[in-house]
Design a protein around this ligand. Sequence first.
Ligand SMILES: NC(=O)c1ccc[n+]([C@@H]2O[C@H](COP(=O)([O-])OP(=O)(O)OC[C@H]3O[C@@H](n4cnc5c(N)ncnc54)[C@H](OP(=O)(O)O)[C@@H]3O)[C@@H](O)[C@H]2O)c1
Length: 329
Amino acid sequence: MRRRVREVVLARPVPDGARVEDFEIVERDLPPRTPAGMVHVRPLWLALDPYVPQALRGRHMGAPAPAPGEPLPGECVGIVLSSGVPGFAAGDHVVGHAGWAEEAIVPADRLRNVDPALGTREHLGILGMPGLTAWAGMTQLASVGPDDLVCVDAAAGSVGGTAGQIAKLYGARVAGIAGGPEKTRLVTDVYGFDSCIDYRQGGWETLIPADISLHFENVGQRVLDAVIPRLRAYGQIILCGLAQHYADGSVARLPLGLVMAKRAIVRGLIVYDFEERRDEWIAFAAPHLKEGRLVEAHDVVVGLESAAAQLVSVAGGRTIGRPLVRIAG
Ligand SMILES: NC(=O)c1ccc[n+]([C@@H]2O[C@H](COP(=O)([O-])OP(=O)(O)OC[C@H]3O[C@@H](n4cnc5c(N)ncnc54)[C@H](OP(=O)(O)O)[C@@H]3O)[C@@H](O)[C@H]2O)c1
């Protein structure tokens, strides 16, 4: 028998950014039997990253925007209901792209198995792509250690929060930058950074510590302009994200005179380059996560009907911790 499932799709193209009313919930029929090479998945949690609003506008990694009615981007963790391919079996926990749907038939090459004993939603955050990003920046592009004074912005987010915690585990001093008192409290009281500056307060730039040896950039011009003058000679900048520029399409520029004066080293980070190191990161992170030395806050909404509003919050930088949608379970 065919199964009817609900899925969120775009009702119209959103070249200027998506609003809640640009999404609709449709019903689809799934085939009675899972075809060869495909896996039938029930998502439990859906993650909405800052790249997703960009992807809906056709501005992510050269990929075209999804057309109205097509599955939407966003990683989920879910359970396999049935499989048409070796390597996946009913009951397995998997991570991958299944659309914003109650159930989906997904090509096997878009999924990977994960260990539910390590967590469920954690595979979308600290043990997933954001955690790998933070680890790659701090330990593979940079080599953080006890002599470092680290600065991290968007510090309440999944990538920034994890990057700062990794730096603490390696013995560095860590200053965060985040927007608003709720975020700065999370960064110091829960993530354990040494300090956190609220950039919404006037004069915040003057609070940035001098002699930063390693800066992990997630936001863009506003922070770069304030941090580069405080870099140590030969200090490093890991360029991970430009959240400030995604919404308005503005271009970030490095102040090259200052970069030269500081002898600064700027390194771009793309997490996909580190896909093969994922198991290494998980092996490092899992015991720290289990014993509470690595933690992650989650910003959760419940139900597919709340996903569009959560996406709009992500685009506006209003979420605190990992933005998730609880879909089932
Ligand atoms: N290079 C890679 O391979 C890679 C991989 C994953 C993620 N990233 C990037 O890493 C960064 C952090 O990722 P995340 O998932 O942990 O995101 P996140 O921190 O949960 O969200 C981005 C944050 O950026 C800050 N922000 C500042 N100005 C903004 C603006 N005008 N509009 C929206 N947000 C603004 C906000 O925090 P505050 O209010 O605290 O400033 C917002 O919460 C993002 O830029 C993301 O695109 C890069």
